[in-house]
Design a protein around this ligand. Structure first.
Ligand code: HEC
Ligand code: HEC
Length: 513
């Protein structure tokens, strides 16, 4: 514990980029493939073997990943090698040190270490717009400040068979701070019209909890009452489990999309490479593994849901908003001081246990959430965080599909002068957004950019809740700079009236997941 403090782990969280130099103390221990200037940067094509269970420092202790298939030979491995033209691999944006996602702290350290020349900052989506001068930090401000990549989607959308979808609404650009939506080459009025939104990378770990087919009946989208789509490759039904707008139904579709868009490959990857990528993603688990006051989170007497080994063992995919399979099992072992605990340790652990109680047991009025309150639950509906964050062990949504908690739509979105602002005007005859009607202002229309539907504006697929301390900032648009900001968002959005102690407890709980 003390050793983490000496290594400057705390200072780095607070000072961000400027503290990168502090990390030099860690360099002597860097494994092959890791760059000394970062908390454990894994460069594409670095080669070397990744241990089965490496751990990496972060502002709240350490996060570990567990490769259940054993040490990984990364040389020639399609997840770790750059396959396209811009020098990026999957690992560029899905870093083992960052819960297989990417923290803004790592982004800033790469900028400092490479003078902005790391393939991470490739013009295509690592800058606010490819038409901007690429050598200036200001052109990469959304990535550098919020960890956001540009997601360019065709407008109007195309259905999976390539046909244009007729959108139920018009999309107007009200503010264009990145200059991309009105750009003559990349914008909505260009020869190949695209809409640009800006989103965080999501975790490529613990994926059995995310992609295993589940719905209450096994066949139906419970929210819309329509049959789930069938994956032609497997004949199995699939929900809408991955990507914030669910545009890819399976990990294989997603990998193809990532190769073309993020790695700029020239031709379709072969089936064997795709299988290796999906196999790798499917065997890796990620979670916080140590905390300066919580101690070793995988110790025999630690709460049983913590650490990546517990995730590797847990069942996929079980509803956790009940007492038989509580989302994150039990934190009772930390509720009362144990012999040998310092006062600080005992206080921290008890705080985490109270934070879990808030998450799992404290009801509040959930109001005006499209695809939640709108599906016959009643509005408002009094429930806890766990009703939405319901998958046992990972806390993503058990019910396939999207919802809109108001992270991107006005008036509930946090002020974001850095993001584009769109005005959506829905046609008179279509079903309006349940709570915002037919005129909606939004920073990211979310699922509606794929479905073209007015009811979907701002709705997203939620992420899982593990390894959070390794991958700030939070929410798909990076609007919560730390876990406290997530808690503050909910307190405001749903008028939870948490006390300062409640907020500290809930934040501490999230930090050890
Ligand atoms: C330039 C950065 C970047 C690279 C390179 C990249 N990704 Fe991603 N990845 C993202 C972003 C951003 C998202 C979220 C996109 C969204 O929600 O619309 C994402 C989402 C994902 C998801 C969805 C996880 C979930 O739970 O929803 C998977 C799986 C994934 N990426 C796998 C890959 C694979 C495999 C590769 C390599 C072939 C790859 N990524 C390369 C940035 C990247
Ligand atoms: C009505 C459903 C709902 C409720 C209730 C809810 N959430 Fe969420 N949560 C979501 C959705 C949807 C997202 C995804 C938002 C996004 O990505 O922009 C999310 C995202 C998150 C994230 C961000 C994860 C990340 O990786 O960025 C955290 C943490 C979180 N919620 C914690 C909580 C806590 C704590 C509570 C209770 C105070 C709570 N949530 C209550 C629906 C809900």
């Amino acid at each position: 514990m003390g050793d983490l403090r000496q290594a400057g782990v705390f200072a780095r969280g607070v000072l961000g980029c400027a503290a990168a130099a502090v990390a030099v103390g860690l360099a002597a221990h860097a494994a092959p493939g890791q760059d000394s200037a970062d908390r454990g940067w894994w460069a594409p094509g670095a080669g070397g073997t990744m241990p089965a269970e490496p751990a990496f420092p972060n502002p709240a202790g350490k996060a570990a990943i567990l490769n259940t298939s054993g040490p990984v030979d990364t040389k020639g491995h399609p997840f770790f090698e750059a396959l396209g033209t811009n020098g990026r691999a999957c690992v560029t944006c899905h870093q083992p040190s960052d819960g297989m996602s990417l923290s803004v702290e790592s982004v800033q350290a790469r900028w400092t270490a490479t003078g902005g020349r790391d393939p991470l900052f490739a013009a295509v989506d690592g800058s606010n717009c490819p038409s901007l001068p690429q050598d200036r930090a200001a052109s990469h401000s959304l990535l550098l400040e919020k960890g956001l990549f540009r997601i360019a989607l065709p407008w109007p959308p195309k259905s999976p068979d390539g046909k244009a979808v007729r959108p139920e609404f018009t999309l107007e650009v009200v503010k264009d701070p990145t200059a991309c939506n009105l750009d003559p080459v990349y914008g909505l009025k260009s020869g190949a019209p695209h809409v640009s939104v800006y989103r965080r990378p999501r975790m490529t770990a613990n994926l059995k909890y995310v992609t295993s087919p589940f719905s209450l009946s096994g066949r139906f989208d419970g929210k819309r009452g329509v049959p789930l789509a069938i994956n032609p490759a497997t004949g199995q039904r699939v929900g809408l489990p991955i990507m914030s707008d669910a545009r890819a139904a399976t990990l294989t579709d997603q990998a193809v999309d990532a190769l073309f868009k993020h790695e700029q490959v020239g031709q379709a990857p072969d089936a064997a490479q795709l299988r290796r990528i999906v196999d790798y993603e499917s065997q890796v688990f990620a979670a916080q593994s140590a905390h300066p006051l919580g101690g070793d989170l995988m110790a025999a007497d630690a709460p049983p849901a913590l650490g990546p080994r517990a995730l590797a063992k847990g069942p996929a995919i079980v509803a956790g908003f009940n007492w038989n399979n509580p989302v994150f099992l039990s934190f009772d072992t930390w509720r009362n001081p144990r012999t040998g605990d310092s006062r600080e340790q005992a206080e921290f652990r008890a705080s985490v246990a109270r934070g879990y109680d808030i998450f799992f047991q404290r009801p509040f009025w959930i109001r005006d959430v499209a695809w939640f309150n709108s599906i016959g639950m009643g509005n408002p509906y009094k429930r806890t965080c766990a009703i939405c964050h319901s998958v046992h062990m990972t806390g993503n949504d058990i019910s396939p599909g999207v919802m809109d908690i108001g992270v991107n739509n006005l008036p509930t979105a946090d002020p974001r002068p850095d993001l584009p602002l769109f005005k959506i005007t829905c046609r008179k005859e279509v079903e309006p957004h349940y709570y915002l009607g037919r005129t909606i202002y939004t920073h990211d229309p979310g699922r509606a950019l794929i479905s073209g539907k007015c009811v979907d504006v701002g709705s997203l697929v939620m992420q899982q809740m593990r390894s959070l301390s390794a991958r700030a900032p939070y929410f798909s648009n990076g609007s919560a700079k730390d876990l406290r900001a997530v808690v503050d968002f909910y307190d405001r959005r749903f008028e939870m009236q948490m006390t300062e102690q409640d907020k500290v407890d809930l934040t501490n709980f999230l930090a050890v997941l």
